[in-house]
Design a protein around this ligand. Structure first.
Ligand code: AMP
Length: 399
C-alpha cells in the first residue's frame, strides 16, 4: 500500500500526517516541537487512538525526520521506509514563480530559499524540512505546495499597491496572499455541498485561526484576499497586527528608539493583534472569557477583530457584485460559536440569517436559516489532505 506524508515545517516544529493513498486514509499524525530548543518533544498518533510522546533533545529538522521515520517503524505503522512513496511540503511563499505546486529539485529548492524575504518566518523553515526529507528519502516524489498559488489568479487591480510601479517590476512588491491551500479546499467543498459549480458562485472564505485571512472567490478563482506581500497584512490576528498605516511604523520606530527594522517587525508579528490589544492572550478563548467577566480591553479586542472581518466581507461582496456563500474555517472559524454569531449578526445588510441551533453543531454543515439570502457554512479545513492530493497528481504524471 502506497503512503504519502504531508509536512508542515516551522522554524522549530515539524507537523505531519501520513496517508494511505489513493484511499486518503489517515494512518498517523503528529508533531515534533521545540526543535533545537531545550525541551524538544515528539508526539505521534495512530488511527487506533494510540498516542506516544517522546521527550528527548532534537537538534535539527534532520534528526526530527529520522526520529519520526523510526517511530513509524517501531509502532508498526510502516514496515520500512520504502512504503512512503511521496512527500508534500507546505511552503508559504511562492512569489510569482509558482503558479502551481512543483516537483522539488535543486532549482526549486533554491527558488524557495531565495523567496525568503516574502515570508521570513516561514520559507526558510519550509526549506529546512524539504532538505531533511531529501537527505533521508532522496528518491520519493517530493512536492512543494504553495500557500500563494491559489492567489495567482488575483487581477492586477487587486494585487498592486499604490506605490511606484517600478517597485513591482524590479522588486516584486505586490500582494501575494497566503492560506491559499485552505481557501481553495474549503471553496471546493462549499460548491459541493451547495450543489453548484464553483465557477458559478461568489464566495467569501474566512480562514480564522492563529493566522487569519479572508478571500473573495469569483468564477472559481481567488479574486481578492486580505493577506498581502507577506502574511502580516489583512485582519487582526492572534499576534499579528494586520493592516496598518505605514507611517505609523516609522513614527513608532522613532518613539521606541528602534533602529533595526526587524525589531519593529517582531512587534507587528508577535506582540500585536489580539494579544497586543487585549494584553491578555493571543488565544481568543481566553479573551472571550475575560470579556464575559467584564474586561474592557478584551471586549475591545473582540470588537476590533469582528469589525475588521465584516469590513472585508462588505468590500469583497461589493467588488464581486454579489455574494452567494460565506465559509467559516480554521481554529476560530470551526470552533467558536460566539464569534460566528457576532460576525453574522453584523451582516444584516446582506440578509444573512444564522440558525442558532445549527451554529452549535459540529462538522461540515450549513448554519444559515432557510430564508437567509446568503448560505453560511462551517467547513473544517484540511490542508494536509489537499497537500497529499497534490503529491498524488505528480505521482500519476510520473507513471
Ligand atoms: P489554527 O491556527 O487554525 O490552528 O487556530 C488556532 C487558533 O484557534 C488559536 O489561536 C485559538 O485561539 C483559536 N481557537 C480554537 N478553538 C477556539 C474556540 N472554541 N473559540 C475561540 N477560538 C478558538
Amino acid at each position: 500500500m502506497e503512503k504519502t506524508i504531508a509536512i508542515n515545517a516551522g522554524s522549530s516544529t515539524l507537523k505531519f500526517k501520513l496517508y494511505e493513498m489513493p484511499e486518503e486514509r489517515v494512518i498517523s499524525s503528529g508533531a515534533v516541537d521545540r526543535i533545537g530548543i531545550p525541551g524538544s518533544n515528539f508526539t505521534i498518533k495512530t488511527t487506533d487512538g494510540k498516542k506516544v510522546e517522546i521527550d528527548q533533545p532534537i537538534e535539527n529538522h534532520e534528526e526530527a525526520v529520522d526520529l519520526l521515520l523510526q517511530e513509524l517503524i517501531k509502532l508498526d505503522i510502516i514496515k520500512d521506509y520504502n512504503e512512503i512513496t511521496g512527500v508534500g511540503h507546505r511552503v508559504v511563499a511562492g512569489g510569482e514563480i509558482f503558479e502551481d505546486s512543483a516537483l522539488i529539485d535543486d532549482k526549486v529548492l533554491k527558488e524557495i530559499e531565495d523567496l525568503k524575504e516574502y515570508a521570513p518566518l516561514h520559507n526558510p523553515a519550509n526549506a529546512t524540512g524539504i532538505r531533511a526529507f531529501k537527505k533521508i528519502l532522496p528518491n520519493i516524489t517530493s512536492v512543494a505546495v504553495f500557500d500563494t498559488s491559489f492567489h495567482e489568479t488575483l487581477p492586477e487591480k487587486n494585487y498592486l499597491y499604490s506605490i511606484p510601479y517600478e517597485y513591482y517590476e524590479k522588486y516584486g512588491a505586490r500582494k501575494y496572499g497566503a492560506h491559499g491551500t485552505s481557501h481553495k479546499y474549503v471553496s471546493q467543498r462549499a460548491a459541493k455541498i451547495m450543489g453548484k459549480p464553483l465557477e458559478d458562485l461568489k464566495l467569501i472564505t474566512l480562514h480564522l485561526g492563529a493566522g487569519s485571512s479572508i478571500t473573495a472567490i469569483k468564477d472559481g478563482k481567488s479574486f481578492d484576499t486580505s493577506m498581502g506581500f507577506t502574511p502580516l497584512a489583512g485582519i487582526t490576528m492572534a499576534t499579528r497586527s494586520g493592516d496598518i498605516d505605514a507611517s505609523l511604523v516609522v513614527y513608532l520606530m522613532e518613539k521606541l528608539n528602534i533602529t533595526d527594522p526587524e525589531d519593529m517587525l517582531t512587534i507587528l508579528n508577535k506582540k500585536s493583534g489580539l494579544l497586543g490589544l487585549s494584553e491578555i492572550s493571543p488565544d481568543l478563548r481566553d479573551i472571550i472569557d475575560a470579556a464575559d467577566k467584564g474586561d474592557k480591553k478584551a471586549r475591545t479586542a473582540i470588537d476590533v477583530f469582528v469589525n475588521n472581518i465584516v469590513k472585508y466581507i462588505g468590500s469583497y461582496a461589493t467588488e464581486m457584485g454579489g455574494l452567494d456563500g460565506i465559509v467559516f474555517t480554521a481554529g476560530i472559524g470551526e470552533n467558536s460559536v460566539p464569534m460566528r454569531k457576532e460576525i453574522t449578526s453584523k451582516l444584516g445588510i446582506f440578509n444573512v440569517k444564522m440558525d442558532d441551533v445549527l451554529n452549535q453543531e459540529r462538522g461540515e454543515r450549513f448554519i444559515n436559516t432557510e430564508d437567509s439570502a446568503v448560505k453560511v457554512m462551517v467547513i473544517p479545513t484540511d490542508e494536509e489532505l489537499a497537500i497529499a492530493r497534490e503529491v498524488e497528481k505528480f505521482k500519476k504524471m510520473g507513471d
